[in-house]
Design a protein around this ligand. Structure first.
Ligand SMILES: [Zn+2]
Length: 216
């Protein structure tokens, strides 16, 4: 079986959950053994995304670690970031092997368009904390922490839909204990998303999107 099949099962959710779990368990046993064979790389489809409607632009593999989440690490956090750069620069640095950081997703301010740069199964270096990197999905938002005008309605809406689907995929509760700012990661020396990020509005949109898909 190909990894793609298993991911499709996991992402499917809904009524197929019990069936998918049973299938995933069997498959996991085989996949773990296969994964341990030195020099064997996990098969990944170029351009494949975890979130419908987003575009794939690969980050440099130096800015992430290949993994098999959620089988090897439980995903129970979403970490919210602000890039401190424009969108193009953020894409560029995440593709730079010397940057030592990248996030799974990057949301554009102007229209909320989103690119995925790291697969959710992989560990992206975004939180500055190994344990948090392993347990989280990182979402970067184009903008600067000291410019309130950066954070547009389109960006909040689009990012909230993404976070809602991530919470749905991994069974993450929609609350501020599980959807956190980079500044709230233990040991983090970053201040993003900063004082102008409207958490109240964002969480309301996430809850709305989580409650009724397509509503937000
Ligand atoms: Zn950050």
């Amino acid at each position: 079986m190909e990894p793609v099949s298993r991911r499709a099962l996991l992402i499917g959710g809904g009524s197929g959950v019990a069936l998918a779990t049973a299938a995933a368990l069997n498959w996991d046993t085989a996949s773990r053994l296969w994964w341990r064979v030195p020099g064997v790389d996990k098969q990944r489809k170029e351009g494949e995304v975890d979130q419908p409607g987003v575009r794939w632009i690969a980050a440099s593999e130096a800015n992430l670690r290949f993994a098999d989440r959620p089988a090897d690490y439980v995903i129970d956090r979403v970490v919210i970031h602000v890039t401190e750069s424009d969108f193009r620069t953020a894409v560029k640095v995440f593709r730079d092997p010397l940057h030592e950081a990248a996030a799974h997703y990057l949301v554009r301010a102007e229209d909320g368009r989103t690119v995925q740069m790291v697969r959710e199964l992989d560990v992206a270096y975004h939180a500055g904390n190994r344990g948090y990197n392993e347990r989280s999905i990182g979402i970067e938002h184009e903008g600067f922490v000291d410019r309130p005008g950066n954070f547009t309605e389109e960006m909040y809406r689009s990012s909230a839909r993404l976070t809602a689907r991530i919470c749905e995929r991994y069974g993450i509760p929609v609350d501020r204990g599980h959807i956190v700012g980079h500044n709230e990661v233990p040991g983090a020396d970053h201040t993003d998303p900063g004082p102008h990020w409207d958490w109240k509005r964002y969480m309301a949109y996430v809850r709305q999107a989580r409650a009724g898909s397509g509503k937000a």
